[in-house]
Design a protein around this ligand. Sequence first.
Ligand code: FRU
Length: 445
Amino acid sequence: MKEMYKLKYHLEPVFGWMNDPNGLVEKDGKYHIYYQYSYEPEGGLKYWKQFTTEDFLHYQDEGIALSPDHPHDQGGAYSGCCFNDHGLLRYFYTGNVKLPGDYDYINAGREHNVMIVDSQDGLVLDHKEVVLYNKDYPQNMSCHVRDPFVYKNDGMYYMVLGARTLDSHGCVILYSSKDLKKWDYMKTVDYHKPFGYMWECPNYLSFEKKKFLFCCPQGLESHNYDYEAIYQNGYFPLTTDLEKDCVLEDFIEFDHGFDIYAQQFFKDEKGRMIMAGWMGLPDIDYTNPTVEEGRQHAFTLFREITEHEGRLYQFPIEEYKSLREEKKEVQGTSLTMNTSCFECHITDLPQSFKLHLRGVNMNYEDGLLTIDMNKSGSGRGVKHIKIPKMNNMTLFSDTSSLELFINDGAYAFTTRIYNNSDTIEIISNKEIDMTAYQLKAIDLE
Ligand code: FRU
């Protein structure tokens, strides 16, 4: 089979469908990377499949980690997290059950149970138990309550779940526990005004100076260049710890691209906050020609997350520097790479410019970056990012993906791109400084 679009340094399944990153954890120097997987390239029954790595350069495909083989997850082993409980890995995920019958599946006919499963080594996950049944959720919740995220603070465990109320308001619900088995409902946390109908994949991020609730809201209206995707991803800065009397400050979009959703964050053994996202989006009306190659969707690059002045910054982890090969430096208006796999750092950007690569047109003026995917997007159109002042931009280009990090990662844009050639020219209408490196492939066994 032709493999025109196979990514070189991003994770994707050999065949089948991938969506959310799940259960990301490092144990004893080994990173365990699970993800939502389906055998059919256009999606189907969900499993957890797994990669492992020690360096983000060499990976093992560990196969299926969790199957939907329990009466309370038979409709799919949906998304969840891993909590490292003094060396015992404890996974919390959503057991999806679709009841037979004629339902709209919003307010009835579906169970979303919270399941726990343990592992000593991250490879054998066994002994499934239900810790919360659908009926345990507050009365005003629809049956869409899912994607548990577990954390610990001051000796107590907390679980955040994404939810949709019966009258279609997005929120999270919070539970507490002393032993990770018996969970007590604490409260519902929402924005002070309606903010979409469902919040998926919540993560709680605790930095020394600031705490954040990350989630993926569905049902926001696009307005003034905000919320241009079908579903959003972003975070609410919090006034204090989530379990305390906290208030959600205004939502900040995290990645403005066409293919980004369900990011998951975890702290590694070095203490870095690392994130990976699903380089894809549900319910989109544009296509992915990779389906013809038997697979669909991928992971973003792994990115390190930092906090500055109440905002989150993201940038590919430093391990990727080991993929660098030939270097090119240009001060001028054009740089040619003899591969589609490269990174390019552009500094000292003027406050208005045009940039063109791989059929994509970028235009920055009056504090607005417009990205037009043109024919390279295979149905993806135009998006905007409001950036008051432009300083620098880093591009990571792979055979069929493009990730932009602007102003040291204060803004990001992730997309699939279907315009691949052996020579890629980056053209600017103004003189700029470009430093680029050809990138070699990761190793996957
Ligand atoms: C987000 C999501 C989750 C769910 C999973 C199912 O993409 O819809 O809410 O757990 O995917 O695959």
